[in-house]
Design a protein around this ligand. Structure first.
Ligand code: ZN
Length: 306
């Protein structure tokens, strides 16, 4: 057996590789859908444990896992309903925000002041201030009964590290399905270079709205610049699930579907052939957005038509 990332020989004693960060979705089996001629769906533990990934690449991938967990912010405890391996509930922190899953749902504490505050449970929460990734309360228009409201602003720009992390998940999903053998072919080196070394440029697609109509509609206590919000358990609709669609561009070419709050689509062809063909000039009618490492989101109004 050889590592699908660095191609060096491995043994059966390599550490277990979590295809999806365990902190993001928990350690329990999750649905894997296979589309195509013989569709199926089964609950599986999404791990590679036969030496498909060496210990060194496992550790390096962990840094990308951290990037993707940070990207999801307070959505992480909403996605992870089961907590960590050691049984701790999922938590997330950013400047201005601390979120944790409790038995009755996801609790988000917002520090809307300009200095560090301590939550009722003793968690220190820094101020959002001018921090780029800070979580802020934005006032909403008063409703028909004249009540003031707020919505949460959590900047989560898709960037290269998050794209690499999602490509890592997608490539390992294909490995889970077809085995390591076909993926050792040199023609997959562009995906290895991108994930492991950040070389090259790729695109991914994602939808902007969850399929279910549920939205985050917190009840809230706002007190002295410190708000305690409780989000309902079902606030994100469906639990995480994953899918693989055979792509007719080759024999082991796939598009991976990562349903993490909203669906993300990762083209696992070496040349990113499917999404490379996407023409942003025709993109405004699509229900999904396409992210490009060089140009950012391609098909939003005002995006460059390059
Ligand atoms: Zn390796």
């Amino acid at each position: 057996m050889n590592c699908i990332w660095c191609l060096s020989p491995t043994s059966a004693a390599e550490p277990e590789e979590h295809i999806v960060p365990e902190g993001l979705v928990g350690g329990r089996p999750l649905p894997l859908r296979i589309y195509g001629a013989n569709p199926s769906v089964r609950d599986v533990r999404l791990v590679l444990d036969r030496g498909e990934v060496c210990g060194g690449c496992n550790a390096r991938n962990g840094k990308l896992d951290d990037a993707v967990q940070g990207y999801f912010g307070f959505l992480k405890p909403a996605l992870n309903r089961v907590g960590t391996k050691s049984g701790k509930p999922a938590t997330a922190a950013r400047p201005g925000m601390y979120a944790e899953r409790r038995e009755d749902g996801v609790h988000v504490t917002i520090n809307a002041t300009d200095r560090t505050r301590v939550s009722p449970r003793g968690v220190s929460i820094g101020a959002a201030k001018q921090k780029a990734d800070g979580v802020r309360l934005l006032p909403k228009e008063r409703d028909a009964e004249g009540r003031a409201g707020f919505r949460l602003s959590q900047p989560s720009p898709l960037g290269r590290r998050v794209s690499r992390a999602l490509h890592k998940v997608a490539f390992e999903l294909v490995c889970f399905q077809v085995g390591a053998g076909p993926l050792l072919d040199p023609r997959f080196n562009p995906i290895r270079d991108y994930v492991s070394h950040g070389r090259g440029e790729r695109r991914i697609a994602f939808c902007t709205k969850p399929d279910s109509a549920t939205v985050l509609s917190p009840s809230m206590i706002f007190d002295d610049g410190r708000a305690v919000l409780r989000l309902p358990l079902e606030s994100l609709g469906e639990p995480p699930s994953f899918g693989l669609m055979p792509c007719p561009l080759g024999t082991v070419e796939w598009v991976a579907e990562l349903r993490l709050g909203v669906p993300y689509y990762i083209d696992v062809s070496p040349g990113n052939d499917l999404l490379r063909r996407f023409d942003p000039r025709h993109g405004s009618g699509y229900t999904f957005l396409v992210y490009d490492d060089r140009h950012g989101i391609l098909n939003v109004s005002g995006a460059p038509e390059s």
